[in-house]
Design a protein around this ligand. Structure first.
Ligand SMILES: *Cc1c(COP(=O)(O)O)cnc(C)c1O
Length: 395
């Protein structure tokens, strides 16, 4: 008999009943150190007091009114994002997937509005942009698209980080190129700064728009407010979600004025997108995370974690191959199955997240205390020791 919850997820047998900071409490009372943060969502940890306060205050005032009306909380958050980024304008969604949908529509409409329609959108192999029909067609990959055809046409998928393939593919027919500056689901694969700069130049030369999907790597995760800032290039359109809501469902599409020119009244909408509750919380997250002192702290903490993990790679060479990523978006490339590492960590009451390319992800709360970082490294050390023991025993 089919479970009452549609069985689309392979879930671990853990149910958490409460959380505080980087810790989650299981129904049986065990306390887990959470280095996944809801897959880069709980940017300020669980039940962050600053966010609980904003949420509670807003919940007592107003939750939802619909976009039939001007929403001051939405305008306030948009103004902050415009001030802090390349963008001139923002549309709010409830998720990253919805942001992907608008990014596709906006890019095609831009060219249509210029009386020169273009369809082709170029994406990277190994990408993840969400699970809607548009987002799976855009990211490609058998695992996500198989059985769901016919897929939306117009997408091309190039080998990750291959600038020569990009040069060959991009043309006057290209509406846009979309990349994650750091692939998350794809295994914490960082696009080099030089690639992003060349890609910007190629898009400019072809009149194509450049879209960055910063749903996972954005909002302070890398130690800059957005990951692309490291390369010194800006996109025309950018997707945000996950961390921006700190655990409340919130997403956004940021765009330059010119790129957004096709999106006039009536061309797009969302019932819940930009509701007062979500935007009030988003504004609090953005205020905290964009503070330069907070970003400096992320980098310092990232240095601590990185150092500890490099030590683990050195002491468990049979389990770990290397550490990669930027800031607190870290991938541990494994020599064993990532699922085994996740399970061994779980036995030590440490939560990690698997990804493609034999990688285990560490995406802790951006404000994780130094003591919790040390504790995470210690638990991962024990987990790796247990795994290495298994390996030796079975050899
Ligand atoms: C998670 C993710 C998405 C999809 O976001 P949802 O909120 O799950 O719809 C899109 N792009 C990237 C890079 C992501 O990591």
């Amino acid at each position: 008999m089919i479970p009452s919850v549609l069985p689309t997820y392979s879930r671990l047998p853990l149910s958490f009943v409460s959380g505080e900071g980087s810790w989650l409490v299981e129904a049986d009372g065990r306390r887990f150190l959470d280095m996944g943060a809801g897959i880069a969502v709980n940017a300020l940890g669980h039940a962050a007091p600053e966010l609980v306060e904003v949420l509670t205050a807003q919940a007592k005032k107003l939750w939802h009114v619909s976009n039939l009306y001007t929403i001051p909380e939405q305008e306030r958050l948009a103004a902050k994002l415009v001030e802090l980024t390349f963008a001139d304008t923002v549309f709010f969604t409830n998720s990253g997937t919805e942001a992907a949908e608008l990014a596709i529509k906006m890019a095609r409409k831009y060219h249509y509005a210029k009386d020169a329609p273009r369809e082709q959108i170029i994406a990277m192999q190994g990408a993840f942009h969400g699970r809607s029909t548009g987002a799976i067609a855009m990211a490609g990959g058998d695992k996500m698209v198989k059985g769901f055809g016919p897929l939306m046409p117009g997408f091309e998928h190039l080998p990750f980080g291959d600038i020569e393939a990009m040069k060959a593919a991009i043309s006057q027919d290209t509406a846009a190129v979309i990349v994650e500056p750091i692939q998350g689901e794809g295994g914490i694969r960082v696009l080099p700064d030089a690639f992003l700069r060349e890609l910007r130049a190629l898009c400019d030369a072809a009149g194509a728009l450049l879209i960055f999907d910063e749903v996972q790597c954005g909002m302070g995760r890398t130690g800059r407010l957005f990951a692309h800032e490291y390369a010194g290039v800006a996109p025309d359109i950018m997707m945000s979600a996950k961390g921006i809501g700190g655990g409340f469902p919130l997403g956004a599409v940021l765009a330059r004025e010119d790129a957004a020119a096709g999106m006039t009244a009536g061309t797009h909408g969302s019932t819940y997108g930009g509701n007062p509750l979500g935007c009030a919380i988003g504004a609090a997250v953005v205020d905290i995370v964009s503070d330069p002192a907070f970003l400096v702290e992320i980098n310092r903490k990232a240095g601590l974690l990185r150092q500890g993990l490099e030590g683990l790679v050195a002491s468990h060479p049979d389990v770990f191959e290397s550490v990669r990523g930027t800031g607190l978006m870290i991938g541990l490339k494994c020599r064993v199955a990532p699922a085994d590492v996740v399970a061994a960590a779980q036995a030590e009451e440490l939560l990690t997240v698997p990804a493609a390319d034999n990688v285990v992800r560490l995406l802790p709360a951006l404000n994780i205390p130094d003591g919790d970082i040390a504790e995470a490294v210690a638990r991962l050390d024990r987990a790796a020791g247990a795994l290495a023991g298994d390996t030796a025993a079975s050899a």
